[in-house]
Design a protein around this ligand. Sequence first.
Ligand code: PLP
Length: 399
Amino acid sequence: SSIFAAVEMAPRDPILGLTESFNADTRPTKVNLGVGVYYDDNGKIPLLAAVKAAEKARLEAAPPRGYQPIEGPATYTQAVQNLLFGAGSDLIAAGRVVTAQGIGGTGALRIGADFLKRLNPGATVYISDPSWENHRALFEAAGFPVETYPYYDAATRGVDFAGMKAKLLSLPAGSVILLHACCHNPTGADLSDAQWEEVVAACREKGLVPFLDMAYQGFADGIDQDAVAVRLFSASGLQFFVSSSFSKSFSLYGERVGALSIVTASKEESSRVLSQVKRVIRTNYSNPQIHGAAIVATVLSSPELRAQWESELAGMRDRIRAMRTGLVEKLAAKGVAQDFSFVVKQRGMFSYTGLSADQVAVLQKDFGIYAVSTGRICLAALNAKNIDYVADGIAQVLK
Ligand code: PLP
């Protein structure tokens, strides 16, 4: 018999499964709000003009394609550090930040998880309840038990901060705490600056290992504003991890451009830590791909292209905000009594709408409007052409 005879079918990814159903739907009015991707007002994934310009220059220069350094080129890793920690960061100047290119934010998380498993094999990883669904799978795949800390409060549609803080303060030293640095996926509910300060204090008091996941820098309030958690941890003197991604902020999803940064206690410690991170990478995929990181490094190091990117990023941020406001206004105009103003307060691409799994199912069946069964919708999938139809569908299911 086949050596694969006993292989069981793995469970289907719920969000990719939703997209398959969406693709098979023949209704011309269908709308996919289940995705985690930014679409422009024409419903297309944008190719940013700054990216296009950098790619054109690169194509003309036609550079050779040798192997990259295991941790990626310094032009890229330095650009990443400046974005996350700020160009004038004392930590960078002191050599206390180690950065390695990752295969998207996901790959960066995995390098960090594998390194942490060697460092602290007995630790438990705590993720928010709820969290991006791959967080649990990824840390479990790296060999960690994964548990949750309280996060979303359905009653206030905000963060159960008292619950979160009490949980953090109850954990043993060495526990790994995965935190969404901004634009929480899936809820859209973020911590305030004052709450971040309390999280930093709790991590210090209990000796926790903070791991910040920054997948949406620039999608809430701005590049530096969205880095407030990274900056507060930087000022704390603690050691911590940051995974970051350019999938959303550069609209480079398929190029898989991300990075893992680790803040250490000293320059000397940094070189030891980097040597171990390189070992993780070497035994997984040897060294990273060239193209996406080269584009990002080119854009971030050219004053003109950087200004163009910042304005395009602001355009994406503003359009999402306009969709949030528009949806709330349209729901009210259609006579929905329930207060949806929380949608405007949520940040990033997503909103936990409070729609039940049953209501989501009716939206899909009767209107061809696809959302995640938890009620999560992607605001960046709304546009001037479909927002009325979506507001109408939601108003109908709420009746
Ligand atoms: N972390 C969070 C919270 C995300 O939402 C995502 C993408 O959806 C990622 C990480 C992974 O990003 P990437 O596509 O760069 O691997």
